[in-house]
Design a protein around this ligand. Sequence first.
Ligand SMILES: [Zn+2]
Length: 454
Amino acid sequence: MKKTITLLFTVLVGYAQAQNADSVAIRKIYNEALAHGKSYEWLRYLTKQVGPRLSGSAGAQKAVDWTKQVMEKEGFDRVFLQDVMVPYWVRGAKEEAYIRMGKQKTTVPIAALGGSVATGPKGVEAGVVEVKSFSELRELGVDKVKGKIVFFNRPMDPTKINTFEAYGGAVDQRANGATEAAKLGAVGAIVRSMTNIHDDNPHVGGMRYGTGVPLIPTAAISTNGADLLSKSLAENPGLTFYFKQNCESLPDAKSYNVVGEIKGSEKPDEIIVVGGHLDSWDLAEGAHDDGAGCVQSIEVLRIMKALGIKPKRTIRAVMFMNEENGLRGGVQYADLAKKNNEKHIAAVESDNGGFTPRGFGIVGTPDQRAKVMPWKPVLAPYGLLEIGAGGGGADIGPLAQSGTVLFGFKPDSQRYFDYHHTTIDKFETVSQRELELGAASMAALVYLLDQHGL
Ligand SMILES: [Zn+2]
């Protein structure tokens, strides 16, 4: 009995000491990020000097060159590019749209959805059917939809506390609306912007066409525009809607994932990835989406170097290309990892904005998640309280097939969709402190993953 108690005591003391060492290291990580952080100035450059960087564009190439340079300047052990062919969609001249009632034309803000076809030089004008769901659309049937523009107007549910849930509940309209409308003979699809706020900014985003269905043009309309269109339709069901867009899909272009790494000192063959996506929508500086995640990921490695932390495992910062309209970079990264027999034990992604940290979502087995739970007490003082099963991230998703445990950084979600995929996703909307706290949170998690494994 006495022996058992002594053993138990030794284990507990050992555990407490390990936890104390972790606490001290994590305190230093936060100090470094908050007192000497570089993420904010990097973000300023990426948004203001590089700017919009949709896959295939000159901006995307500039972002590749610049992040590579930054990582080389920081002296990471290895910095390299991974080739990847990406879709190259261009918006062309700015869109035009108006509601016509009799002689009166009221202009409304729209923006073509990524991947959409153009309207042709004369634009499209037709009567409008408003629906809130695909089932409502199907009930209308070909008779009422043929030759019309379908207006998808289901808002994001404002009662959802996590705005990503509300987004998830509405985004099918943007992704598949054009296909569903075309199946019934519609000539265009207009989609209410994915945001809870009421403003004049169309929120763009990716869409895809189904096979064997006519390709009809589709655009996002601002929420104010959507409200006006809905109200106008109620008063005047015979109104027409006109829109013209000039977008085009060019042949796939060559681009790159940018990778920087610090080699592991004990288990160099075990890799931990921390990343974000380097591409942004063409209308956006891509500050929250996802410049923040990129600079935070580079900052994780910088912090480790600055503190003289020699990781046991290899730590990689990955700038994934083409999350927004193809995910080719994430798929390519996982393919290469498999081909090169690399063992990725964990991947952490930041692609939910540069806001105040709340925690991490984990994609893994219950056993793997259980291994993370003892870390909660050392992360709690920094506001990282929401740690449990949840989403990882689109770019790291393909790694899950090989058993990599995924972690999605979870900042506060309340303002993310105010800016998401719009011209106002700007550097000025990012708080330096919140951005740095996020970088430190990711560095703390990567530190624990490296120290304790999974
Ligand atoms: Zn994103």
